[in-house]
Design a protein around this ligand. Structure first.
Ligand SMILES: O=c1ccn([C@@H]2O[C@H](COP(=O)(O)OP(=O)(O)O[C@H]3O[C@H](CO)[C@@H](O)[C@H](O)[C@H]3O)[C@@H](O)[C@H]2O)c(=O)[nH]1
Ligand SMILES: [Mn+2]
Length: 607
């Protein structure tokens, strides 16, 4: 696991072709490891100290401190997963041509989820879709599926508009080699001017106004719908149709080979899906939506590679799928590689980010840490999968027939009938969907839950962190949304803790010790609230009880003599600095020659 980084830093692979990717341990790894050993000693000393203090006098305060510090210590131990083998990787897209021709690239199905047109504005979801439809990827290999869990005709309307605008937008991006392919972000960035820029900009603004007007009004007037086929599509919204109770709606908006852009080139497939919802049938939230996408796409295109995106997360780099191919097309790649995860990077957050919406520790530090083990967890968006991982472990997946049904038109009656059938709410009942197949049910954080189960089955993953963010998304900006998200995540994470495959019990055995700890770190994340709450009230309680919570005893005499003489005594000898750590009950032992001027007093804080 460790040390391979250095040896992999060479320019050609063993088969003589230039390398597609490299991987190396980060330079801070040895320092991290030394730090971990030192820190572990201090934590043990601290817990020992609390324990001794408890023996001397058992008060509620000392019990609370012990509890708080025990939880902090546990969380710190689980976080070791991120520090032992932090890994960085590089890909070389320019070497892809040595491995495969464009026509040999695997097909790619993109899944975009949205759930509520009033919380996630359809125009944002449209921007997400346009940004991936314009990927630098062979168009005949690309399909985009939009899952609308809100079952809203407003979203369908937005996508009908998007399909028309895309026939102008895609050639504009490709001919002018635009890098920013999300139209909203492109026009906001003061782009360089091309002869068609003004025209395309006003087209975009017209589309945006139409979509926003319709959402504002909450209904679509007939003069907004130019096409008979489109009027028919909306006829499915009958009076009984509600977001929680409706039949499946699947609408093929663009079909490759049939629909052309304004320069006469093919358009990628674009399919709108709103799965069947019934009050008496569990929908399993996003995991349920993603499983319907897996099944419907299997009936239509069945691409071996899948990308999942949240509706609010657009592509910021048209070459992203090529980066993934650098791993997937490498013949020497571990066949157990199941998915490639890109970090979530958020835009529009103010500098101070008081709610930590950016989650930088997760995306900048922890994913690289997990990458050196069995691989990062899924983070819900920006994940490229091999389709087969949803159908069993690495040793048991049958090779699926990729040509199955793909020769038929996706608008054909047969294909559509099948697609509607698998989008039904009872289709997955009494099957392995959600337990052994597809995204796993049972947790609101389906991403962590599913990736944990996949890694237990033996699948591995890779963290891909290019300099230019591959995707940019939205994060809660106010306290209300932020608390809502935290509550939802906490419930979902506790569901992972209390499921029968708890990471501490199963994970450390089925994946590996450190990865298991890494998953435990996330699953036990709600437990941070225990020490936070205790430490929030501790000073006040101590004040009321007239007890001191900050200690006076000498750590050197307490720890060094009784517990761990080295390296702390060496440190004291070399530096002459005594570290003082005391006790809230009484002075345990006073050291003889403590030089007041060179004595550091501080409480020990974990992490
Ligand atoms: O029943 C549902 C619920 C949600 N979603 C979609 O799932 C995505 C994420 O849901 P959101 O409510 O925005 O949750 P967040 O907390 O913002 O999302 C983070 O956390 C989720 C749960 O871990 C992950 O799925 C996401 O990818 C990750 O960005 C959105 O696009 C929703 O439209 C559905 O399609 N159906
Ligand atoms: Mn979100």
């Amino acid at each position: 696991m460790g040390g391979e980084g250095a040896t992999e830093r060479k320019s050609t692979a063993s088969h003589g072709l230039p390398l597609l990717h490299t991987r190396a341990l980060m330079r801070r790894t040895p320092a991290n490891r030394v730090f971990a050993v030192v820190y572990l000693c201090v934590i043990l000393a601290l817990l020992y100290h609390h324990f001794i203090a408890l023996l001397h006098s058992t008060s509620i305060l000392s019990l609370l401190i012990l509890l708080a510090d025990a939880v902090l210590a546990f969380m710190w131990v689980t976080s070791l997963a991120f520090r032992m083998c932090p890994t960085e990787r590089q890909v070389f897209i320019e070497h892809l041509e040595h491995y495969a021709k464009e026509s040999e690239y695997p097909a790619l199905d993109v899944f975009i989820c949205t759930a509520d047109p009033f919380k996630e504005p359809p125009i944002d979801v449209v921007n997400t879709a346009l940004s991936v439809m314009a990927y630098d990827y062979p168009i005949e290999k690309l399909s985009v599926y939009v899952s609308d869990d809100g079952g809203s005709q407003l979203t369908l309307f937005a996508f009908m508009e998007a399909a028309r605008f895309a026939t102008h937008w895609l050639p504009y991006c490709k001919i002018n080699k635009i890098v920013e392919r999300c139209p909203e972000a492109y026009f906001a960035s003061n782009p360089s001017w091309f002869p068609e820029t003004d025209q395309i900009k006003s087209m975009y603004e017209r589309m945006r106004d139409r979509v926003e007007n319709v959402v504002k009004r909450g209904s679509i007037s007939n003069d907004y719908i130019p096409d008979q086929r489109e009027i028919e599509a909306f006829s499915r919204w009958t009076d009984e149709f509600t977001p929680q109770n409706h039949p499946p709606v699947i609408q093929v908006l663009l079909e490759r080979g049939k629909d052309k852009d304004i320069t006469g080139h093919d358009m990628p497939n674009l399919v709108y899906i709103s799965r069947e919802k019934r009050m008496d049938s569990p929908h399993h939230f996003k995991a349920g939506a993603l499983n319907v996408l897996l099944r419907v796409s299997a009936t239509m295109t069945n691409a071996p590679v899948i990308l999942t995106l949240d509706g609010d997360m657009y592509s910021n780099d048209p070459q992203t799928p090529l980066r993934v191919l650098c791993y997937l097309l490498d013949p020497s790649m571990d066949p157990k590689l199941g998915y490639v995860q890109f970090p979530q990077i958020f835009h529009g957050i103010n500098k101070s980010d008081i709610y930590d919406g950016e989650l930088r520790h997760v995306y900048q530090v922890q994913l690289s840490g997990m990458d050196g083990l069995a691989g990062p967890q899924l983070v819900g968006s920006g994940s490229f999968f091999r389709r087969k991982i949803f159908f069993g472990g690495p040793s048991e997946t049958p090779e699926m027939n990729q040509d199955q049904l793909t020769s038929k038109s996706i608008r054909s009656k047969e294909v559509l009938a099948m697609a509607h059938h698998v989008a039904g709410c009872n289709f997955g009942n009494q099957t392995k969907w959600g337990t052994k197949m597809g995204f796993r049910y049972g947790s609101l954080v389906e991403d962590l839950h599913t990736s944990y189960q996949l890694q237990c089955e033996g699948w591995k993953s890779i963290n891909c962190k290019p300099k230019r963010p591959a995707f940019l998304g939205n994060s809660p900006l106010n306290l209300h949304d932020s608390l809502n998200q935290t509550t939802r995540w906490s419930v979902g994470l506790l569901e992972v803790v209390f499921c029968k495959h708890n990471p501490i019990i199963y994970g450390v055995r089925f994946i590996n010790l450190l990865s298991g700890l890494g998953f435990a770190y996330y699953a036990f994340w709600p437990f941070w609230s225990v020490p936070l709450t205790i430490y929030a009230f501790l000073p006040q309680l101590a004040l009321l009880n007239s007890t001191s919570i900050f200690p006076k005893a000498c750590l050197r005499s307490l720890v060094f003599r009784q517990c761990i003489p080295f390296p702390w005594s060496l440190w004291t000898r070399l530096s002459g600095v005594h570290i003082i750590w005391g006790d809230n009950t009484k002075v345990v032992e006073q050291s003889e020659n403590v030089d007041d001027e060179r004595t550091l007093k501080f409480p020990i804080w974990v992490d």
